[in-house]
Design a protein around this ligand. Structure first.
Ligand code: M6R
Length: 612
């Protein structure tokens, strides 16, 4: 979490850094700060609150300078406040730092520095690092780059940092380990950022700084070293990102835009991968493991949040079609267990951002124990695709709303393709069956378009239940992960307490909550558990619960019982999660808007969770 931006060049740094922070605000938004360097020295402006608060605060201040760096924070150490906002300065105020990550051994280092006379102005771990750098420079009498390198050997944890030095006002130093960092390469200028979104309008040429690398950046040049002091040759890559992908495109919120993008994003995700007439799936990213897939014992899916829900859908699909046992694990739990993993296991790590700390740690552990690791990731070049042996990108395009929508359906699409691909390799599916399934999958984007047409009706339902304090989401089979995802969407953006449950589990506890005030959302599409779900709906109605049902077009049975029915197009059971998710995304969106919530940046959350 936290977003960082830096600029060194010939333009005014303030507007570049400020705009960059707005682009990165999805990463954290409880406080923001910018440091600028000009001939008269440095200026640091920082404020609790959103980037807009900082912008207003600095309106009348001196904002000149062609070197600058900025930070938008998601608090870990120290409450969101002006004094805990970045940049932080060294004891002598000459060095300043912005940091994304956590310095885990900061407390011991801080104690030692205090005993050497250092005084701290904040409660953050970050301030400790810049004091440590100053102290090392003072004791060893070395230049700043070397002092930063040595200091980074003394810290544990994750970081992406940028450092400015009043004594050397024509340079920036940047380094990373475990937190992302991209350097944009211009003519006589360089840009630094947590991801490429602040850079795209200035240059398409970027260098992804690797873990354990440190860079000395001047207007004319860039030197990259590894922390072990070996100089590295940078690899300049061209960005595929387009500026319009980062704008709302006429929608009120990024979340709504991203919901409506799903027919396109799912099409992009399948492009070049399915051949319905031949009954064939091709996944170039995992092709070299095609043989291995024939003999694996087990698949373990690791992920967090929404990506974990996608993993649960994957479990149904892989077991159904490829007949390989699947376990779905929260990465945050899995990494701290002592799981039995063998070389015959494949671990699939799912992550939209490709930066989630717990998922990365789970991958590292499984890799050490000999498993083959596949990644399913949305952000090209992120850390997770680098850590895995092979993988499949979701190609959903940048997802800016903190609540995941199009990334979820793209993850489910990739898992569907993987299930079919594995089935194809193992011979657990016939070509004619695959032709049938792929032909229908090919038309899912059009069906999603139809599902989106329920928007007006969903809005009416939202109006009726927007003031509820609780909500239950129930489903069976692959409708269960859809229910979990519906509940997560509602709670994270509208702050209504919501729970997802397997519908049959309701009678083992949650049924006690049901009264006339309780909306219960059922995934009641026509699939193998339809009859059973109908019985569960009756149980809720018998207790005066308010039933909202997601049903298959033309349904008559559920309509007799439910208070509100939202239709989705008919589809094979394998594809129902893709369609049933759409009205639930719209429902949580409209409820959140009606309740006056910040849909794109819900409180306390951040888009990429780079801390454990
Ligand atoms: O980037 P990741 O997919 O690894 O992120 C995992 C979760 O943090 C994420 O899905 C989170 O639950 C979202 N806020 C859900 O909308």
């Amino acid at each position: 979490m936290c977003g960082i931006v830096g600029y060194i060049g010939y333009r005014e740094a303030w507007p570049i850094v400020l705009k960059g922070l707005k682009r990165l605000e999805y990463r954290g938004y409880d406080s923001a700060g910018i440091a600028l360097m000009n001939n008269g020295g440095d200026h640091i402006y920082k404020k609790a609150g959103k980037v807009a608060v900082l912008e207003e605060f600095a309106e009348t201040q001196d904002k000149s300078g062609s070197i600058g760096m900025g930070h938008t924070r998601w608090a870990t150490h120290g409450v969101p406040s002006d004094r805990n906002s970045h940049p932080h300065t060294s004891n002598n105020d000459k060095l300043s730092i912005i940091h994304n990550g956590i310095i885990e051994n900061y407390a011991t280092l801080k104690e030692e520095l205090i005993s050497r006379g250092h005084e701290f102005k904040s409660d953050t771990d970050t301030e400790v690092l810049i004091h440590l750098i100053e102290e090392i420079q003072k004791i060893e009498k070395i230049d700043l780059l070397e002092a930063v390198r040595l200091a980074l050997h003394e810290v544990n944890g994750a970081y992406a940092i940028v450092i400015m030095d009043k004594d050397n006002p024509d340079r920036l130093i940047a380094a990373r380990k475990g937190s992302p960092m991209v350097i944009g390469v211009g003519q006589g200028e360089y840009f630094i950022a947590s991801d490429a979104t602040p850079i795209i309008e200035y240059t398409k040429n970027v260098i992804y700084l690797k873990d354990g690398e440190i860079a000395l950046i001047t207007r004319e040049d860039l030197l990259i070293k590894h922390l072990d002091n070996v100089v590295q040759t940078p690899l300049i890559q061209e960005l595929e990102l387009k500026l319009e992908m980062l704008e709302k495109g006429g929608f009120d919120h990024f979340m709504l835009k991203e919901i409506y993008e799903q027919p396109r994003s799912i099409k992009d995700c399948m492009r070049g991968r399915i051949y319905p007439e031949e009954g064939k799936v091709q996944l170039g990213g995992i092709k070299e493991f095609a043989e291995k897939l024939k003999n694996i014992d087990r698949i373990i899916i690791v992920a967090c949040g929404t990506s974990w829900h996608a993993g649960l859908v994957g479990e149904y699909l892989i077991e159904e079609y490829a007949r390989i046992p699947v376990e779905v694990e929260y990465a945050s739990e899995f990494r701290y267990r002592n799981p039995i993993i063998t070389e015959k296991d494949v671990v699939i790590a799912i992550s939209q951002s490709g930066e989630t700390a717990d998922t990365m740690a789970a991958i590292e552990m499984a890799k050490e124990r000999g498993a083959t690791i596949f990644g399913i990731c949305n952000v090209a070049g992120a850390s997770i695709p680098r850590l895995t042996h092979a993988g499949v990108y979701t190609h959903a395009g940048p997802e800016i709303g903190v609540a995941s929508t199009k990334a979820f359906t793209a993850q489910v699409t990739v898992l569907t393709l993987m299930a079919f691909y594995m089935a194809q390799q193992k011979g657990t599916i016939t070509t004619s069956k695959l032709i049938e399934l792929l032909t229908e999958l090919d038309h899912i984007p059009e069906k999603i378009q139809v599902a989106l047409e329920s928007n007006d009706l969903v809005k009416e339902v939202a109006e009726k239940i927007k003031d509820s304090t609780n909500c239950l989401f129930l489903g069976r089979g692959s409708g269960f992960p859809v229910a979990l995802e519906g509940a997560l969407k509602l709670k994270e953006i509208s702050y209504i307490h919501a729970e997802g449950y397997p519908a049959a589990e309701m009678k083992h506890g949650p049924i006690a909550l049901i009264d006339e005030e309780m909306p219960v959302v059922f995934i009641a599409t026509q699939n193998s558990s339809y009859e059973k779900v109908i019985s569960n709906i009756q149980e809720v109605k018998a207790r005066k619960g308010k039933v909202i049902a997601i049903v298959t077009q033309g349904d008559t049975e559920v309509k007799k019982m439910a208070d509100y029915c939202i239709e989705i197009p008919d589809a094979k059971e394998a594809f129902l999660p893709l369609l049933a998710t759409i009205p639930l995304q719209l429902l949580s969106y409209h409820i959140a808007v009606m309740r006056g919530c910040n849909v794109d940046q819900p409180r306390n959350l951040a888009k990429s969770v780079t801390v454990e």
